[in-house]
Design a protein around this ligand. Structure first.
Ligand code: FES
Length: 109
């Protein structure tokens, strides 16, 4: 599967792509942290909605949390755990990705 170029994601920013997770094509959130990228399925554990307000447009709080655009659940960006809001204590589903030759790819790609 074609990856997404690391340099199109702003440092500290987000992008959205599609990956096959457990055999299902899913929208995936990519978060760039320096040269590391973390990824989660773009499904909020609260009500199962996408977290972006428009495709690939994610909200980040002043505290550096990813905020679900639907009801405001806030997720930390290491483990994807909800630390405030209606699904506190639950987590986003992690997707393993690697950065290789400047491309973000699914780890088992
Ligand atoms: S669906 Fe994300 S906070 Fe409700």
């Amino acid at each position: 599967m074609a990856g997404i170029r690391l340099d199109v994601i702003e440092p500290g920013g987000f992008a959205e792509t599609e990956m096959v997770v457990d055999g299902v094509a899913e929208s995936v959130i990519l978060h760039r942290d320096g040269d590391v990228v973390r990824a989660w399925v773009n499904v909020c554990p609260h009500a199962g909605r996408r977290l972006d307000w428009a495709p690939g447009q994610f909200l980040k709080s002043r505290e550096g949390l990813l905020v679900c655009a639907v009801h405001g659940a806030s997720f930390e960006l290491i483990d994807g755990e909800c630390v405030a809001g209606p699904c506190r204590g639950q987590s986003l589903q992690r997707v393993e990705v690697v950065v290789r030759d400047g491309q973000v790819r699914q780890a088992d790609d």
